[in-house]
Design a protein around this ligand. Structure first.
Ligand code: SF4
Length: 216
């Protein structure tokens, strides 16, 4: 049996959403020291040997010349309608960004979304902008207190802010992800917080498939 590049989603994404992941930190050229220190993809299940092996395997595959064809074929054959790039990892090079762009363009039946700090890399950001104008792709520029907000936010991109301390400026953010210790506090801007991180959203059993904020 041929090993697939894509994996069905977890409880947060929902099983109907597929994702493609690569090793965190080493594939994150736009990372800040703050996001690296809080990164969920460097702990928990992400450090299980079988998960580490899969991330490395995917990374190797992503650098091969047949990656684009293989991904397009798998998305089509499995009838995947929703795909999230990079639960772990990020847009690591201009060449990889161009492959993502081609995959999105050749897979019009599927809706894609991703969050990225690679807007901080001048050779990658123009290709991220190109992805953001594709009708079947939603792009989120990730920010935190260390990166600040992107100086150039295209109309086709939105901003996701990782809040790590109470009182940080979330005014310009379209969406807020709370660092784990903040999730226990009653912060005033809950309408911008990902519902999987709020008590009400958890009680309802919200997933990315039902929430739709990031991909619709
Ligand atoms: S805001 Fe909604 S779609 Fe976005 S990550 Fe949270 S649950 Fe998923």
């Amino acid at each position: 049996m041929i090993r697939g590049l894509l994996v069905a989603g977890n409880e947060k994404l929902s099983a109907g959403v597929f994702h493609f992941d690569i090793p965190a930190v080493q594939t994150c050229p736009g990372r800040s020291s703050l996001c690296e220190s809080r990164c969920y993809a460097t702990k928990g299940r992400f450090v299980f040997p079988q998960v580490l092996e899969r991330l490395e395997w995917n990374y190797t595959r992503s650098k091969r010349s047949d990656f684009t064809d293989r991904m397009v074929d798998e998305l089509y054959r499995k009838g995947i309608l929703l795909m999230r790039w990079h639960v772990a990892g990020d847009v690591f090079s201009p060449n990889y960004a161009r492959k993502m762009l081609e995959i999105i363009g050749r897979s019009p039946h599927c809706t894609f979304w991703f969050y990225t700090r690679s807007w901080r890399v001048p050779t990658i950001f123009p290709i991220i902008k190109s992805m953001s104008i594709m009708p079947n792709c939603k792009v989120w520029l990730s920010a935190d207190a260390e990166t600040g907000y992107p100086p150039d936010i295209p109309d086709t991109c939105r901003v996701a802010f990782m809040q790590t301390e109470e009182g940080e400026d979330t005014e310009e953010a379209d969406l807020v992800f709370l660092d784990r210790p903040l999730r226990k506090l009653s912060l005033p801007m809950l309408n911008k917080v990902c519902p999987t991180e709020t008590v009400a959203g958890k009680e309802r059993g919200t997933s990315c498939a039902t929430c739709k904020v990031c991909w619709s």
